[in-house]
Design a protein around this ligand. Sequence first.
Ligand code: NAP
Length: 519
Amino acid sequence: MICIPVMDPTHREALRSAQKSASLADLIELRMDWIADGDVSELIRAARRASASVKIIVTCRRREESELAREGLEALSVKERTNAAKMKLLREAVVSGADFIDIELAEGTRAVSRMRALCHSRPNPARLIVSWHDPYKTPSLASLKKIFEACARAGADIVKIVSYARSLSDNAAVLNLIDYAKHQGREIIAMCMGEKGRISRVLAPSRGSYLGFAVLPGGRASAPGQLTLREMRTFQKLLRPHRPSVEPQQNQLHFVLLGNPVRQSLSPLMHQAAFRTMGIDASYSAFCIADPAGAVSGIRAMNIRGASVTIPFKTAVMEYLDDIDADAASVGAVNTIVNDCGRLIGHNTDWLGLMAALKEKTQIRGRRFVILGAGGTARAAAYGIRKEGGRPVFVNRTPEKGMALAMQFGCPFYPLAQISKIKAFGLINTTPVGMFPDIQKSPVPPSVLANYRVVADVVYNPLKTKLLRDAEAKGCKVIPGLEMFVRQGAEQLMLWTGRAAPLAVMRNAVRERLMQHES
Ligand code: NAP
C-alpha cells in the first residue's frame, strides 16, 4: 500500500493536498507537526469526502525524530506543539475517525498505553502505530530488533522503524528487520531515509512492510530519498511475486496434502479434477503425517512441486520453510507450500478463498462482520475482512482466546454467551460446529440470525449446514463453505502453476461427492 504524507505549512494548503492525495493513494498521513494551524477534524472530513476508502494516519512528529532534524528544521520556521497540545490533537484525531494514530515510543509507555486504550475504545477502533526514528544513522540489526520489541511491548498494532542510511548495507539491516517482524506475525513499517536508503523504500513493501511512502508530483517529501507516486507504483508492479508457469507437456509433477487426519479430505478429488481439465500431468496425494519437519524434508528430497497443509500443521510447518509470504505471516498460518526451484515458500490461500466467496455475494468495505471462533480460520477471516476494508468483531466460546486475538487485530470481542446482543452486517462461522456427523448442531440459536444480512459458514460437509438453513429461514443471504473451499484451492493452483483454475469443474467434483455422501 502506498501512503502520501500531507505536510503543507497552512491549513488551507493542507486541505487541498489531503483531498488530492486521498483520491490517488491507499493511505494519507496528516503530518500535524508541519500543518501549523491545521484543524485535524476538518482535514479528516475533507479526505473522506474525496475518497470513502482512503485510510488516514494522523501524526505529530517530535522535532528530534523528524526527518528534517538533520537538515535544520528551525530554518523552516515550523512551530513545535507542546506535548499537551500534541496529545490533545491526537485524541481529537481518534474521535474524528482517523484509522491510524502514530505515536513515538519516546513519548513513554504510559502515554502510549493511554493512546492505545482510547484508540481501541472506539466503535470503529483506530490502530496504533508506535514509531521510532533515527534521522542520523541505522543501528545494527540486533539493536533494531530490541527497538522493535520495545515498540511491540508498548502496545503497537503496527511498529514503525525508520533510520538514516549512511551506507547501502544499512538497507539490509532494515529489510531483515521486516522479515523478523513478519515471522512473528506482526505488522511493521520500516525503511531507511536518505539517498542511500532509496533501495529500502523500493523493496520494503514487497518484503512485507505494511506501507511505503511516496510524494505527489510537485509535493513536499516528508523524508529525504522519498520516491514519487509514479515511481512507487512502477516498482510495485515490477516486484510482484514471481508466479511459476507450468506447460502441459512437462514431465509429471507431484503435489501432496499434509495433515492429520486427511482421510476425509476432498482436496485430492478437487485438485486431480482440476489438473485433468488444465491438461497438466500431475499427481496429488494425501499424507497423514505426525512430524512436519520430516514431511518438509521429504518435499525437498523428492522435489515435490507444491503442498497443501491442513489441520493441525498450518502454524507448525512455518518454521521449516525458507520464506513466508507477507500475507501468510500476518495471518500466522500457511496452508500452501510452493517449491520454487528448491526454495520452499509458505502462502495462505484460506483468507483469499473466503474473501472471494464473500465478495461474490456482497460488499465488505465499511461493513461489520462477526467472526465466530478464534482459531486459524478465524485469523484468516479477520485478516481478509480488514484487508478488504471491513470491520471484524470476534465472538468465541473461550473468552481468553477470543480476547487475545481481538487484541492482536485491534477489534472488539464478545463472549459467545452474549451473541444475542450483537447486530452486524455479516456473520462468518469459523468453528467446526455443524460438520458431519453432527449435522443437527449450529454454533448459534436461530433467533440471533435475524441480526444479520449475510451468513457464511466455512464448514462444507454437509453442503448446507444447519446454521445456513436457519439463516435462510430468517431471510439472510447465505454463503456455503464449499465456495471458500474451491476458491482457496483455485488460489493454490494459481500459485503452483501460474494458471487460472477451472472453478466450475472443481466445485462440481466436490459437490457430487458430498451429495452422494448425503443421500
Ligand atoms: P481451530 O484452530 O481448531 O479453531 C476452532 C475454533 O472453533 C476455536 O476457536 C474453538 O473455540 C471453536 N469451537 C470448536 N468447537 C466449538 C463448539 N462446540 N462450540 C463453540 N466453538 C467451538 O480450527 P480452524 O483451523 O480454525 O478450523 C475451523 C474449521 O474451519 C474446521 O472445521 C475446518 O475444516 C474449516 N475450514 C474450512 C475451510 C474451507 O475451505 N471451507 C478452510 C479452512 C478451514 P475455543 O477457542 O473455545 O476452543
